[in-house]
Design a protein around this ligand. Structure first.
Ligand code: DQA
Length: 152
């Protein structure tokens, strides 16, 4: 049996366009590059990373539900669903594993409709505003959580 931990890396709507979409806000790194970078970093810590992107709320809910009981943590950039989706929040909450919310941009410094997150209250923490490094920092935080249970 593998001793590897398993972490789900979820990307919400429009993130398939990363690298081309509003690069002044979201940078020039593509989603594939982010997934690859994180997969390699996770593997160094004996973590299997399962990446998934969807533009559809129900598909994200389905994917989260599929991992009930067989995942150790979730890294998620819910994108626009951050600000709208009770369903994604409830699905994540049901898993009962650490969740870290990620944003490339500093959502707090943007339009007021981006200031509220349905996911943040059930997350261990939120990392926003560091571009691609938000993902790296979130993975490092997850590695810490999975090794000693501490968010620090
Ligand atoms: C985002 C911020 C959201 O407000 C927005 O809808 C996105 C991307 C980010 O990573 O900065 O699509 O989650």
């Amino acid at each position: 049996m593998s001793t590897h931990k398993r972490v789900l890396l979820l990307h919400g709507p429009n993130l398939q366009l990363l690298g081309r979409r509003e690069p002044e806000i979201y940078g020039t790194t593509t989603l594939d590059q982010i997934n690859e970078m994180l997969r390699a970093r996770a593997a160094d810590s004996a973590i299997d990373l399962i990446a998934f992107q969807s533009n559809h709320e129900g598909d994200l809910v389905d994917k989260i539900g599929e991992h009930f009981g067989n995942i150790d943590g979730v890294l998620i950039n819910p994108a626009a669903y951050t600000h709208t989706s009770v369903a994604i929040r409830d699905a994540l909450s049901a898993l009962n594993v650490p969740v870290i919310e990620i944003h490339l941009s500093n959502v707090a410094a943007r339009e007021s409709f981006r200031h509220h997150s349905f996911v943040a209250p059930i997350a261990v923490g939120v990392i926003a505003g560091f571009g691609v490094n938000s993902y790296r920092l979130a993975l490092d935080a997850m590695i810490g959580l999975l090794s000693d249970g501490s968010p620090h």
